[in-house]
Structure formats: structure tokens, C-alpha cells
Design a protein around this ligand. Structure first.
Ligand code: SF4
Length: 87
């Protein structure tokens, strides 16, 4: 099912454990050794980075993978935001 959701990554909190990478390959290692979100796909837009927080909106069927990555992060650096809760 295609859903619109946002993935937020707090790069200040990230400490490079990379548990997220194996759950969702849109998380990649940046040159500084921390995770970053690859928002370059056709299904993503609105990439912003403010104060180390990266926010990408995806419209695809990969919400579950994003949530698994968020759950796996030991420092809670990843949030997955959906509008489903409001419906
Ligand atoms: S799992 Fe969390 S701490 Fe580890 S690289 Fe991913 S965002 Fe960073």
C-alpha cells in the first residue's frame, strides 16, 4: 500500500551504530561516519536539514521498513511520522 510519511533523522543523536542501514537501505553512511537519509529516489521529496535534523517525505510502500529502522535505532535518532493516526 502506498502511503505518505515522513522520516526524520536527528544526526546529533546518531552515533553511527548502523542498525538502521540493514533494515532500510535508504539509510546510508555519510562521509562523517553518521547515518544520512538517501532522499534522491522518485518517491521522495522535501528534503530539509535544519540543526542536524534531516526530514524527507516519502510516498511509497516502504513505511514498514522505515519503522523497523526507527525501532532498531538504539538512540532513538529516527522518527517516522504518518498522518494515519489522525484518520
Ligand atoms: S541506528 Fe540510529 S544511531 Fe545507528 S546509524 Fe542509524 S540513526 Fe544512527
Amino acid at each position: 500500500m502506498t502511503t505518505e510519511y515522513q522520516v526524520r533523522l536527528d544526526r546529533n543523536a546518531c552515533d553511527g551504530v548502523f542498525a538502521c542501514l540493514v533494515r532500510d537501505d535508504r539509510f546510508v553512511e555519510a562521509s562523517d561516519g553518521l547515518a544520512t537519509i538517501d532522499g534522491s529516489g522518485d518517491c521522495s521529496h522535501e528534503e530539509r536539514e535544519v540543526n542536524g535534523k534531516q526530514l524527507v517525505t516519502f510516498t511509497d510502500d516502504r513505511l514498514t521498513a522505515a519503522k523497523q529502522a526507527a525501532r532498531a535505532c538504539p538512540v532513538d535518532a529516527i522518527d517516522v511520522l504518518t498522518e494515519e493516526d489522525d484518520e
